[in-house]
Design a protein around this ligand. Sequence first.
Ligand code: SF4
Length: 234
Amino acid sequence: MTDCKKKDGEANTASPSLSKVCNNNLIAVYESLTTAFGPQNWWPAEGPEEMIIGALLTQNTTWNNVEKALTNLRLKNLLSFSAILDTPLTEIESLIKPSGYFRQKSRRLKNLAEAIVNTGGLQTLETIATAKLREWLLDLHGVGPETADSILLYAFERPIFVIDTYTLRISKRHKWLPENAGYIEAQKMFTQELPAEVSLFNDFHALFVQIGKNFCRPNQQKCNDCPLKPFLRP
Ligand code: SF4
């Protein structure tokens, strides 16, 4: 993989359509995905608090299960950090049971709610620079890089590219990344090759999820039907 850094002094502010100069041609990949699936407008949540709660609940489960848990919380008006903080742990456990690991996730939700409320709420967190806010999120119990970056991108609208198993799988199968690449290397590659635009990063991640779910499965590649077939390398 050759490098695709900006030239010295050159701002990476070109619109996606003007940026088809990078090694892995990721803008062309993005355009093909958009043509195939249309804009995704993620994250599926009503507001940042619901988004952050959903991001914690989605660990190690499907989104269908998360939706059931979110519906239970919504029916009890518990989709806010102050409400979660004021609700007994056992009640949270019972409401989020459909999302799996409900005891662990309930404690994590409580911890997260307490940390956010004690810090002054989302309005205070919004004033913190991205790198510091990322560190703060990663210090929270049960928040790893994917969850932290999802929160940064979708709740705080920071231009951070989220890496998930779909993104890694697709990138390695297309040889955009070496087989042994991990989260940091993948994020670096996407960040270097793409203009730092929240809407682009938002949609790109969601579109990779579509490919990963429908075509690029762990043990099955439906390349002949996949919109990314033209981007396969020999
Ligand atoms: S299914 Fe094939 S063409 Fe589609 S993303 Fe996976 S490897 Fe690429």
